[in-house]
Design a protein around this ligand. Structure first.
Ligand code: SAM
Length: 290
């Protein structure tokens, strides 16, 4: 089984198929075998596992993942790359390439159809422009994901692991930390990509929790409150929530009362709240609504 693909060969195949990489599709291909190996090692993928790869590109990471004898389901949007993937991966029995927009794929269903499995890991060098919506899609919409090892923009990696009160802490942080234990594994300089992007990257692990970090009865309400609290970061929490118009007729005075009942100072800002406080706020809202 060919695990290693030479980067000279990749360039030649791209040229042969007359493919120019597109910035608009986040096409910055990894050109460093060490980093490819480090990602595969970090993914702890074993024979029998199922791995979803988003954006296989020219198939370098895909081939290395397939070398672990896991089954790789690779989802690529750019149809021009399909003959390239066929040429690079054609002989591999344990790779399924699917031509779709990852943001619109039901991965639970796709994996079940392709392999019969109900759980899977996601490993990818993500196109930057879909990082946040894709992570949200995988966390909130897909129950079969057990872990993700992702190469993403360094700034986004910092947001995943941010603590309350810091500038990087926001609704995205709260959502990720609710479902996962996020960890930055290592940084990757921009110089190892072709073409070279304008930002550095990091490889992160998002290990899905068995149970969410805090107990929440109504997840939709919890996330609506999180979005409302961060919607206007400069306002006090009571003002931001009143301005978000979450419940008809809830004035600032009502929000102050509910926040106090949840043990939260209404004059603080949303960005200082931890997950437990958002959960307490959701409970207090439900009590007020009963
Ligand atoms: N995996 C390859 C590598 O490491 O060299 C390529 C990674 S490149 C950063 C991102 C890949 O995602 C490109 O192949 C691009 O065409 C693909 N892509 C972009 N948008 C996509 C989408 N919405 N769904 C699936 N793939 C997408």
């Amino acid at each position: 089984m060919s695990e290693q693909v030479s980067f000279g060969r990749i360039r030649a195949i791209l040229e042969k198929h007359n493919i120019r990489l597109r910035k608009s599709l986040g096409q910055n291909f990894l050109m460093d075998g060490n980093i490819v190996r480090k990602i595969v090692t970090a993914s702890r993928v074993a024979p029998g596992d199922v791995v979803v790869e988003i954006g296989p590109g020219a198939g370098t990471l895909t081939a290395a993942l397939a070398g672990t004898c896991a089954h790789v389901v690779a989802v690529e949007l750019d149809k021009r790359l399909l003959p390239v993937l066929e040429e690079v991966l054609g002989g591999l029995q344990n790779v399924t390439v699917v031509s779709k927009d990852a943001l619109e794929v039901d991965f639970d269903q796709l994996v079940a159809r392709a392999t019969g499995a109900t759980t899977y890991k996601v490993v990818a060098n993500l196109p930057y422009y879909i990082t946040t919506p894709l992570i949200m899609h995988l966390l909130r919409g897909q129950s079969g994901v057990t872990e993700m090892v992702l190469m993403i923009q360094l700034e986004v990696a910092d947001r995943l692991v941010a603590r309350p009160g810091s500038k990087d802490y926001g609704a995205f942080t709260v959502t990720v930390q609710y479902y996962c234990r996020p960890e930055i594994l290592f940084r990757v300089p921009r110089t190892v990509f072709f073409p070279q992007p304008e930002v550095d990257s990091a490889v992160v692990r998002l290990a899905k929790r068995q149970e969410p970090e805090v107990a929440v009865d109504d997840e939709d309400l919890f996330f609506t409150l999180v979005r409302g609290a961060f919607g206007q970061r400069r306002k006090t929490l009571a003002n931001a929530l009143a301005g978000a118009k979450i419940f008809p007729g809830w004035t600032r005075a009502i929000w102050e009362e509910v926040l106090k009942r949840a043990g939260i100072d209404p004059r603080c800002r949303g960005e200082t709240l931890g997950l437990a406080e958002f959960a307490a706020l959701a409970r207090a809202c439900r009590q007020r609504l009963m």
